[in-house]
Design a protein around this ligand. Sequence first.
Ligand SMILES: Nc1ncnc2c1ncn2[C@@H]1O[C@H](COP(=O)(O)OP(=O)(O)OP(=O)(O)O)[C@@H](O)[C@H]1O
Length: 289
Amino acid sequence: MVTVKSEHAQEAAERGHAPRPVRAREPRPLPAPVIALRGATATLGGRPVLRGIDLTVHPGEVVALLGANGSGKSTAVRSVIGQVALASGEISLFGAELRRFRDWSRVGYVPQRTTAASGVPATVREVVSSGRLSRTRLGWPSKADRAAVQRAIELVGLADRAKDSVGALSGGQHQRVLIARALAAEPELLIMDEPMAGVDLASQEILAATLREQVAAGTTVLLVLHELGPLEPLIDRAVVLRDGCVTHDGPPPRAVGQHALPGHAPEPLTDSSCHPHAAGEPLRTGLLS
Ligand SMILES: Nc1ncnc2c1ncn2[C@@H]1O[C@H](COP(=O)(O)OP(=O)(O)OP(=O)(O)O)[C@@H](O)[C@H]1O
């Protein structure tokens, strides 16, 4: 075998240096998805609600989960945070199997419209502070903890209401408190179930600005939405559910006509199995005409 040395290699050899081997650069491993659901099925009240869902959310992505009433959106996100047990399938968070995942301070969750106070008198600051508990060390809030709570309150535009009882707030303001509570822990992943439900346009704009700031800081977001509204420009990808199955996973669909409005009629349960959405196939989500 004849070995041909390059001029450079020969020079190096003459100087007593071994030529540096030229190695092909190894592909960098992709970061683990922040959320990965594979083949998720769930049954509630004896009825299949999730029927084999695959859902992946990558670091820094903003993914909207869309679909008609009862299509399984809330159940899907509740399964991600361990509130609904799967009948089969797998879930991982930040690369860890859900049942081994302990680092909940990395996750902020805004549930579907509930009252933040649950009848207990509490101020806006107290409710928002409760979202910081997972980060609080030694049982007493540090200066950084207090600053994070104040920042979260300011982000949602409630600085002037911080000392007010949440019971005295409007529905939209309530929703902002819940969002601030989730932001107080400075989570890497924010999961929100219909954050815009019942929120007036002015509050929606505030929430959209808040979210824009989180996304710019690198937060990963999974949102359940009925309509894209002011959040549309932030959304990288939409996953559409229908009858517990994914019917679309890709660019956000354009909501048109009356189906773009909230409160549209649920779709009838017609399929008995999941059929992945084929490219070009019309989307039937209840959001679209
Ligand atoms: N705890 C429960 N027990 C029994 N059935 C349930 C329960 N929770 C939800 N369901 C049913 O599961 C199905 C999916 O509900 P889910 O709340 O996930 O839908 P969704 O897409 O979030 O709907 P919406 O847009 O109305 O919030 C619905 O038919 C609902 O009635």
